[in-house]
Design a protein around this ligand. Structure first.
Ligand SMILES: [Fe+2]
Length: 486
């Protein structure tokens, strides 16, 4: 499907800016200011040229990077008053900020100047443990749960200067330091200590500003907000009663933040995000054409949801492609691979089949109404949990019935599904619940190793065949894998 005109601009802006932010953040040296200016010039020229190509001549309106992050979390939360926290690698000279959002106004009360960056801090350990920085941080979060954080925690914390409501990352707290630790200590203990240090420094920072302002609702964005475990810790700060994390928390969200800021006058009547199904969708005719072109047999099944539920109950892997694609990094049911959460072993064999290395188990998708049976301390974080952005401690019921979705530390990062947000996906899980008595299924993104989540029917068919998955439920059509491996 041809992308709408505004999407073209949006994708170009987001793409160009994220490349620049990454490059600047990676340098992290004394010359970063000059480098930033050089990149800025190149970026500016390229952007103006691209806009001209699209026939847009209007004057550009520019926003501070962290203000754009702040706007995403605040306006999408739907709250009338909140403490807005941003933490990332680098953007507009900053690595973080705290603002107060009230009505349609955002007022900054603290800024963290680069290089005092928790994003760069976490990227250094990601790289030192052999993974790709700015990309594989989630693997470190998963790995950390296996290790003992206490062995190195004090050593790492001694390289921060923490004061009330502020912190500085010492120059010696750099990639050479994390590499050194990674050569001397087990990876799991290094990961655990970095994760814990991140949690300590970030929660101290946030807690001070919560206490000073008396605002108990946090909204959070920036790349560091992708750390689902940190988000749980922030929510556990005693004075915090509400948390929302912007579903597209990284720099991919900044274009939307800028759009919110220029539309401030209509933001007065804003509604909280109920879904992020903002992407492309495809008609049955297009899907059928693609299936025929791939030589795949299919049958039309209406309604398809009870059939998918039965397949999941019978132990089949079902790749689901339906409606609009999700905006942001998480698959939330419309481009998802589904399986029953009853067997922990699925985390090995299915990841292997998908060509992935993961240390965190697959995430569960759980019926919203059943949240208290499955998770502790949900109230105040249920909006965030609709987008799989925070972990919770699991109940015994969850651990007993859905062990494949529970990490070694007893947590899970669920997607709570509301019927009104995604009626078809909700129905699949509800039908599965009726068959099994279990209100959760595993939901992992529909993509192959290191590839983006599938967007088009063609992408879906290719990943389905390559991953050797049992069934593809695409629109109202059901496709059985020609090999039916399992
Ligand atoms: Fe950012």
């Amino acid at each position: 499907m041809e992308k709408p005109f505004v999407h073209k601009i949006f994708y170009r802006l987001a793409g160009v800016e994220s490349v620049i932010s990454r490059n600047i953040a990676r340098r992290g040296s004394h010359s970063w200011g000059q480098e930033a200016l050089k990149y800025h010039k190149t970026w500016q020229d390229e952007l103006e040229e691209n806009l001209r190509e699209l026939g847009l001549q209007d004057k550009l309106k520019r926003f501070d990077h962290h203000l754009a992050h702040s706007a995403t979390a605040y306006f999408a939360s739907g709250l009338e008053r909140a403490l807005i926290v941003t933490l990332d690698g680098y953007g507009s000279g900053l690595a973080g900020s705290v603002c107060i959002g009230e009505g349609t106004h955002i007022r900054r009360i603290h800024k963290l100047e680069y290089p005092h960056s928790l994003g760069t801090f976490y990227e250094s350990v990601t790289s030192s443990l052999g993974f790709k920085p700015s990309r594989h941080e989630g693997k470190i979060v998963g790995l950390a749960a296996y290790g003992n954080p206490e062995i190195l925690l004090d050593t790492i914390l001694s390289r921060f200067d923490q004061e009330p409501g502020n912190f500085r990352v010492r120059e010696s707290n750099n990639i050479y330091f994390s590499r050194y630790l990674a050569t001397l200590f087990p990876k799991i203990d290094v990961a655990a200590a970095y994760q814990r240090a991140l949690e300590v420094v970030a929660t101290n920072y946030v807690q001070h500003h919560v206490q000073q302002t008396g605002i108990d609702a946090i909204v959070f964005a920036g790349g560091v907000a992708a750390n689902v475990k940190l988000n749980q810790r922030i929510f556990e700060i005693p004075e915090v009663n509400h948390i929302f994390i912007y579903p597209n928390m990284g720099d991919g969200g900044c274009g939307t933040g800028a759009a919110f800021l220029v539309s401030r006058e209509i933001m007065e009547n804003r509604e909280p995000y109920q879904t992020v199904y903002f992407g492309s969708d495809y008609s049955d005719a297009v899907i059928i054409q693609e299936l025929r072109a791939a030589g795949l047999a299919f049958e039309k099944v209406t309604p398809i949801e009870p059939v998918v539920a039965k397949l999941i109950h019978d132990g089949k892997v079902v790749a689901r492609f339906n409606g609009r694609m999700e905006y942001g990094p998480r698959a939330l049911g419309n481009r998802s691979i589904l399986y029953r959460a009853t067997e922990p072993e699925v985390n090995q064999w299915l990841n292997q089949r998908l060509g992935r290395t993961e240390f965190m188990p697959f995430a569960p998708a759980t019926l919203f109404e059943e949240r208290y049976r499955c998770y502790d301390n949900v109230d105040g974080a249920e909006h965030a949990a609709q987008f799989m952005t925070i972990t919770f401690n699991c109940t015994d019921f969850m651990k007993r019935n859905s062990p494949a979705a529970v990490h070694v530390d007893g947590t899970a990062r669920p997607q709570l599904i509301r019927e009104e947000a995604n009626p078809s996906f909700y129905r699949i899980v509800r039908e599965y619940y009726q068959l099994s008595g279990i209100p959760s299924v595993i939901n992992t993104s529909f993509n192959m190793h290191e590839e983006p989540i599938v967007n088009s029917p063609g992408d879906a068919i290719r990943a389905f065949l390559q991953g050797n998955l049992d069934y593809l439920a695409i629109g109202n059509l059901l496709v059985r894998h020609p090999m039916q491996a399992r």
